[in-house]
Design a protein around this ligand. Structure first.
Ligand code: ADP
Length: 439
């Protein structure tokens, strides 16, 4: 039965939640305390959604049956508290959209590797001829997918911890929990267990016939999945299933990464998880290998952007935490000049010490404040520089490198001190290399 819904936030997930509500006969009101982008406003106008921007003004006479919160809004926000105190359910857009469909859901979460694994999973299903849609935390929001691509049989969704926080009846037929390492702790009272518990919600409501694919060697993952329903089919995945570019699935089948563009142990792990989904949908092994070979990863993730004077340049700008850098360094097979730094998120760099000693010949810190990095790595006896712009960092890295080396941008930090976002940082890195090649 349709009722009244208030949607908080006029971003991608908010406006499409509103549209979804409208076409399903709900009385919808959307409120954004900031200004709504023109393209999003156009969606609201197209579906005749009542909305306000620049202010949250709720008429107590107009209270909703349910509130849908955008993932960017914290549970502690005054507006959210207002409704929780009135015992009005506040749910995420994922939960909201879930209630309007009955298709198969593949849901993927983790601290690192979500996008790669989600895209690869979708690619495997799509190439095999299954009618699958892709979205969630990347590309189209789930509500947007349901509006644009209602005919899909399967939805492959990347989910963030914020999106999982607000689910209630959402159920994934196939769920993947890749790993849990510190990230976004500012939203979880700096409590890793609280953040881990959010990730663990990926298996909420899973039941007989459902599949749960997870990192068997990750302590936090095992801890938060301990309560998963016993009838769910569990597929633990470990790094041991990858040797000499060969990967082994839980049913014993073997595939190779040699013929693919995927590099590094972390990507082998992501590939195994995605392939297990393929097997759960009974896709033949030859088809899976074929699709694996044709997969092209998103930019900014160990992206090879070209070579200058025999030096390879690798853009891993998406590595905004220490764990992602750990695997990037591990994947390097040339003496490496490492560009690191930006806005520190409370990082503990010591997890990188052994990898840095083994792989890195020069460290180039790039940020407004490099003090923490300079202090931590300054005593390693490795050449280290402090720079404060991309151009300076790249000039320095170029001078420090010789033919046969690699220059790796893998910052371990957010980009906001010098760039708009990680994509901006990675795009400028790539452009710089392409410009130099023209000279
Ligand atoms: P997410 O969507 O979770 O941020 P991405 O696939 O975009 O994940 O990758 C983000 C960063 O993490 C990249 O630098 C990538 O090389 C690295 N990465 C990818 N998969 C993993 C993994 N399984 N474990 C650790 N790091 C990973």
């Amino acid at each position: 039965m349709a009722g009244k819904v208030i949607i908080l936030g006029g971003g991608e997930s908010g406006v499409w939640s509103a549209a979804l509500g409208m076409v399903n006969g709900w009385d919808v009101f959307l409120s954004d305390s900031g200004m709504i982008k023109d393209e999003n406003k156009a969606v609201l106008l197209q579906y005749s959604v009542r909305f306000e921007e620049g202010v949250h003004s709720f008429d107590p006479q107009e209270l909703a049956d349910i509130v849908v919160k955008s993932p960017g809004i914290s549970d502690e926000a005054a507006t959210v508290q207002f409704f929780t105190q009135l015992n009005i359910p506040v749910i995420s857009e994922i939960e909201w959209a879930f209630r309007f469909q009955d298709k198969k859901i593949v849901a993927i979460t983790g601290s690192n590797g979500k996008t790669t694994t989600t895209k690869l999973t979708w690619h495997l299903l799509h190439e095999a001829g299954l009618n699958a849609g892709l979205g969630g935390n990347i590309g189209k929001s789930f509500a947007h997918l349901l509006m644009d691509e209602p005919e899909r049989d399967i939805y492959v969704l990347e989910l963030s911890s914020f999106q999982l926080d607000g689910i209630d009846t959402f159920r994934a037929n196939v769920a993947i929990l890749l790993n849990i390492t510190p990230d976004h702790l500012d939203r979880y009272h700096y409590d890793i267990m609280e953040y881990a518990a959010s990730k663990g919600r990926i298996c909420l409501n899973q039941t007989i016939g459902d599949v749960l694919i997870y990192h068997a060697q990750d302590e936090l993952v095992n801890m938060v999945l301990a309560d998963a329903a016993p009838e769910v089919r569990r597929i633990p995945v470990s790094f041991n299933e990858f040797q000499n570019e060969s990967i082994k699935l839980s049913d014993g089948s073997l595939l190779t990464l040699e013929t693919t563009g995927l590099r590094g142990r972390h990507n082998a792990f992501n590939a195994i998880c995605a392939l297990e989904v393929g097997r759960a949908f009974n896709l033949p092994l030859e088809d899976l290998q074929h699709s694996l070979n044709s997969f092209v990863n998103e930019p900014h993730r160990l992206e090879d952007v070209g070579e200058l004077d025999g030096v390879v340049y690798i853009n891993d700008s998406k590595a905004t935490n220490v764990d992602a850098v750990f695997y990037a360094l591990e994947a390097m097979n040339k003496p490496t000049v490492w560009i690191v730094g930006g806005q520190d998120k409370g990082n503990d760099y010591s997890a990188l010490d052994a990898r840095v000693r083994e792989k890195v010949k020069t460290i180039v810190c790039m940020g407004v404040d490099n003090a923490k990095l300079m202090t931590h790595f300054g005593e390693f006896g490795i050449q280290i520089f402090s720079t404060s712009s991309l151009d300076e960092a790249l000039q320095t890295a170029r001078q420090a490198s010789v033919s046969g080396d690699a220059i790796l941008l893998s910052p371990a930090c957010a980009s906001f001190d010098l760039f708009n976002n990680y994509m901006h940082r990675g795009d400028l890195f790539r452009e710089w290399v392409l410009e130099q090649k023209k000279l």
